[in-house]
Each structure stands twice: as C-alpha cells, then as structure tokens.
Design a protein around this ligand. Sequence first.
Ligand SMILES: [Zn+2]
Length: 371
Amino acid sequence: MRWSFIIARITGIQIRIHLSFLLFLGWVGFSNGLESGWRASAGGVVLVLLVFSCILLHELGHAWAARRFGIRTPDITLLPIGGIARLERIPERPQEEIIVALAGPAVTALLALFFGALCGFRLPTMTGDLQGWSDFAAKLFTVNTGLLLFNLLPVFPMDGGRVFRALLALRLSYRRSTHIAAIVGQSLAVLLGLAGVWLPAPMLLLVAVFVFFGAGSEASQVDVREASRGLRVQDAMLTKFTPLPAEAQLADAADLLLHSSQHTFPLADAQGLFVGLLTRNSLIGGLNEAGPLGAALPYARTDLPAVAPTHLLSHACSLMQEFDTPALPVLNAEGGLIGLFTQENLSELLIMESTARSRFFPWIRRRSKQE
Ligand SMILES: [Zn+2]
C-alpha cells in the first residue's frame, strides 16, 4: 500500500504502518494534551498503541489460519480505521474461508476475555483520564468486545460477511454467493454510513465507505476470475495496435493517444522485440517533465513481465494486479511483440460473457481448447 512503511516482520509477514496512522496518533496526543494536559496525552497515545496491537494480533490470527491452507500473507497494514491483512488469495473452499474469517475474531474474543479478567469485567470510568493498569484493562476489554461484535456483523468483506458468503457458497455458486453477500454488505454499509453521519462518528463513516467500495471491488474480482476461467490470453488480447519504435518521442505517443483508441503504447526495437510500455499516466508525466520532444523510453515501464498467448487469463490478471499496470505485453517465443493484454480487454470480456453467455462463449472456449 502506498504511503506505508515496514515497522516489523513477524513470522515472515511484513507489518506496515500507514502514514495516516501516524497522523492519527499525533492528533490523539495533541487533542488529549490540549484538553486535559500532557499526562492524558501520553495515556491516550499508549491506549491507541495497545488497541492497535490487539488489532494486529487479530490480523495475525487470519494470516496464521490462512497459512494452514497454504496461503501466504505478504503484509499486514495498520490504518486508523483498522488493520488489513493482504492474503495472497482468498480460500475458495467455504469451510476454509470460514476458518480463516473466524480466526481473527477468535483472537479478539480471547483478548476481550483476558482484559476482562484483568479488570474484573467492568466498564471503564468515563472521566477520560486513565489511572493505572486496571483502567487500561477495562478500556481494552470494552474495545475488544466492541470490535468482536462489529466484526461479526454480516457486512462483506468484513469477517462476518465472509462467513456469510461462505455459508451461502455451501449451497449456491461462489459467484452468486459473492454477489448476494456484496449487496447485503453494501446495504448495511449505507446504514452504517448514515449512523456515522447522524451520531456523528467520522471513523464509522470511513469504515462504511471502505466496506462499500471493498464489497464492490471484490465482487467484480470474482466476476473477472469466473469469466476468465479456462480462457487463455489469446482469447482476449488486443492484436490491432500500433507499436512505437524504441527511439520514439513523447509527441508520437501523444499523437496516437489523440487519434486512436489506444491508451498504452508498447515500444519495440527494429527487430520487433519488446523494450518497454508507456502508459497514459507516464506519458502525461513525461510530457510535463521533458516536453513533446523528449524520448519516450525513459518514461516507459521496462520492469513488466511478458505473457505468452497460451498463458491462462487468470495468470495474466494476477500479474497485472501484482505489477499495478493497466496492460501487459504479449510476446511470442522469440520475444516478438504480438499483442497487448489490457484492462479494457477484461471488461469487454465480462460484458460479452454476461450478454451472450450461452451463444458466444462456448465458441471461445472450444477454440481455446483446440490450440
Ligand atoms: Zn478480521
């Protein structure tokens, strides 16, 4: 995630902190300090750090459970609205998804019990100024109990929503279950958002926005994955496009951008071998920096992996995500540029699939199998 940096590595998982989290911490310290002096300010900061340690343990619960099913977690990022464990993939088997989704809340439940036992299961005093460890324990008991209940709401893609989706997937298809869970999740997110405005609770509003878009993007990821299942890059790649020579100027790419529907510009040498890919954003950046007569190559991405026409679409999709690029070059065995695989290809594939699922698709599938 952008604007985040590594603070630790636990069992091979990068623990990252987002810059906004530090700003949040600073704000807690500052506002508590202004209100009730700097002793309260230190107390507030320590409390936030303890709460986020609990959230980190919750996320590690998910990660360690996922590891049991052979799924790696490259990193966990802490944000002011909570933690995000980036699992390499979401387990598709419902039983596994339920275990992974419940592992986090299970850790939170243990933490609530632990801090509850420390403070005698009492609510924290409302004075705000925390005196001694018993007050801290009481705060952490309430926070963890609250987090537990909140996480178990059937709001996809939060934990309870994942369990809900997996329960549906025991009966329905994975794709349909995801759609139902996403619609329920988005509706509840709207309610949470309204509650956030009404209370007012800005954090709740942020979480609601996050959940709303998270549900939508995960549902469309599942759509893409299901639509591309069994298909190969050659079934969806762009074959009519204009490559630029390696020594092209930015103006040449700008010209293509204006006069064609192309948004990405592959650069190829005299032998037709791929050397780099200029995206629309890097073109605009280059024009601002070097002007139209600047060379295109320095602004092109040369780190992109190439895909072969026979590669599975799902493989190309995950590479596109991993390298955060709008397109990938498709090369033949000699390294010659023969196609482009772009995000537009994918969305067009989805449209085709949903409008003509029965008529059009079997043909594409058959063609793919023959080759
Ligand atoms: Zn969780």
